[in-house]
Design a binder for this molecule. Sequence first.
Ligand code: NDP
Length: 242
Amino acid sequence: MQDSKKIVLITGASRGIGLACARAFAKAGYDMYLTCLHSEARLSALKQELETQWHISCRVCLCDAGNHRDVARLFSSIDTLDVLINNAGISYFGLIQDMSFSDWDRVMSTNLNSCFYTVRHAIPLMLAKGQGRIINISSVWGSTGASMETAYSASKGAVNAFTRALAKELAPSNIQVNAASFGVIDTDMNRGFTQEELKQLTDEIPAGRMGSCEEAARLVLQLVRSPAYLTGQIITMDGGWT
Ligand code: NDP
């Protein structure tokens, strides 16, 4: 897919991987819609940065990706779309028997339901254009599972299945659906670890370090630029970890 004059929607763009994706796509010339849950000031500053530096159009709004009414409101202002990046996500660390029902619902709605809510609105826009790209941001835990992260692992495993199935449904319409599945990326999501825990973690990773947000964003942009025959894939980037 050519980058020029294309429009991308990135959920969860105020920080981490979503923020890096916004910068990478702006540099590539994309106009964009960016959302997050509550970091309004960060999104406004990012809009100013990207519009000034890359002369693209950037519209930002607060939108709970796990709330279908919020997502419908977001899409009421979008009339054309080429690329959808389902990035918004949260982790939950703890024993499953101690997890509250509301925490379970929050993980599932933010990480999984959000993908359904956005594609429901994005697909008609992509069908109208005769093309489209959907990238879901997943995790290696969705394939291997992680102790103390059962809900998170389940949500990302479901994102992987969602990706494969939707790709089959949309391939005849020239809309490609893939997932970028990451190992440990250096973002706020991993700030809860102590220095010692982080060292243990990175010692297990053959590359000997966490991935950077910029590396993650490069993969996402490359997936969007990949040949149309690449669809239904879960592309893993984890420093050789899993
Ligand atoms: P961060 O915690 O750094 O950022 C999360 C982003 O998602 C923020 O912009 C946040 O907005 C937004 N967000 C959270 N909840 C919602 C919601 N309900 N609606 C809309 N936006 C929301 O996360 P990462 O950058 O680390 O993670 C991004 C994605 O990558 C997630 O899907 C995550 O599961 C996945 N991932 C991350 C890995 C890692 O090691 N970091 C590894 C594998 C996958 P706000 O600022 O308003 O809170």
